[in-house]
Design a protein around this ligand. Structure first.
Ligand code: HEC
Ligand code: HEC
Ligand code: HEC
Ligand code: HEC
Length: 187
């Protein structure tokens, strides 16, 4: 708990982390299965359960606009906001929309959405795809009911959030500093 604090780890609890350091899990595994897991990790395709946002429903980027006008303006001009439009005819494929849209709900084990019904198809990569579910924050805004990234350790937290979509397959030249500079928020 001394390392997985709010600055370095999102919504961490020991109960959430423990199952993922089970050293005995590999004992009963076939070589092929073990290799598949290592390859998934290498290719950035492995699920990252510790990265899961706090549990909750998303409310959509439009709900953030009234209080965060300049962030909304910057986001709205960024390719993230247009990410569903970019998909064109592929917008109906959940395997594409899963990275090009915001989920309706976050939390759990960070599993990929199974159907389009689980996604907000109207706003691309919205505020809550990076800041987590904002329902409670919109009702009564404090710094503690939204993932406020400005104070997090960039390489610990931001790198993980960004590369859950900016995988080696889709963004082979990924570089955190360069990509952060290109976001419409000054670090
Ligand atoms: C009713 C006004 C209001 C709405 C709507 C609102 N916020 Fe906020 N937000 C605030 C206020 C006020 C703070 C500062 C709270 C504090 O410092 O205690 C804040 C803080 C934040 C922070 C932390 C900033 C920092 O300095 O660390 C983030 C991130 C954030 N909001 C994102 C969002 C997102 C995303 C949405 C939409 C889901 C949203 N907000 C909707 C008023 C609002
Ligand atoms: C939910 C998935 C998702 C997350 C999380 C995400 N991105 Fe993206 N990002 C995308 C997609 C999809 C595009 C392409 C949008 C388009 O062109 O339609 C993109 C595009 C971008 C671009 C524009 C690239 C260009 O060629 O113009 C930048 C910069 C960027 N992302 C930075 C970041 C950073 C920095 C983070 C983390 C703080 C992040 N992204 C998190 C999915 C995501
Ligand atoms: C793992 C997340 C992820 C998935 C799944 C995904 N994309 Fe993307 N996509 C991205 C990111 C990140 C970018 C931005 C890459 C950049 O700017 O370098 C992007 C960019 C794009 C672009 C903009 C042009 C380009 O190549 O930079 C198109 C078009 C696109 N994706 C189509 C698709 C289609 C079609 C699918 C489904 C077959 C899909 N994407 C699935 C993450 C993803
Ligand atoms: C691609 C991920 C991403 C998206 C989408 C995104 N943000 Fe952020 N946001 C960040 C990062 C990263 C920071 C921290 C700034 C930094 O260090 O560069 C941040 C910072 C903030 C802050 C604090 C600003 C400050 O001056 O400290 C607020 C408020 C905020 N975002 C609100 C929003 C709102 C509202 C939206 C949607 C309109 C949004 N963000 C969309 C990644 C994102």
């Amino acid at each position: 708990m001394g390392c997985h604090d709010a600055k370095h780890s999102i919504a961490f609890t020991a109960a959430k982390g423990m199952p993922h350091i089970d050293h005995y899990e590999a004992v009963g595994m076939e070589t092929a299965e073990l290799r598949a897991r290592l390859e998934a990790m290498d290719q950035g395709k492995k699920e990252r359960p510790l990265l899961a946002f706090p549990e909750g429903e998303t409310v959509g980027s439009a709900s953030c606009r009234s209080c965060h006008k300049s962030e909304h303006k910057g986001w709205n001009k960024h390719p993230h906001a247009k990410a569903m439009e970019t998909l064109g005819a592929d917008a109906g494929r959940v395997e594409c929309a899963s990275c090009h849209a915001t989920a309706k709900r976050y939390g759990g084990m960070g599993a990929a959405p199974a159907s389009l019904d689980e996604l907000r198809l109207d706003e691309g990569v919205g505020c809550e795809a990076c800041h987590g579910p904002g329902g409670a924050h919109v009702q009564a805004p404090t710094k503690d009911n939204i993932v406020h990234l400005g104070e997090s350790c960039p390489v610990c937290v931001l790198e993980g959030i960004c590369t859950s979509c900016h995988t080696p397959e889709w963004d082979p030249t990924w570089d955190l500093d360069r990509r952060l500079d290109a976001l419409p928020y000054g670090p």
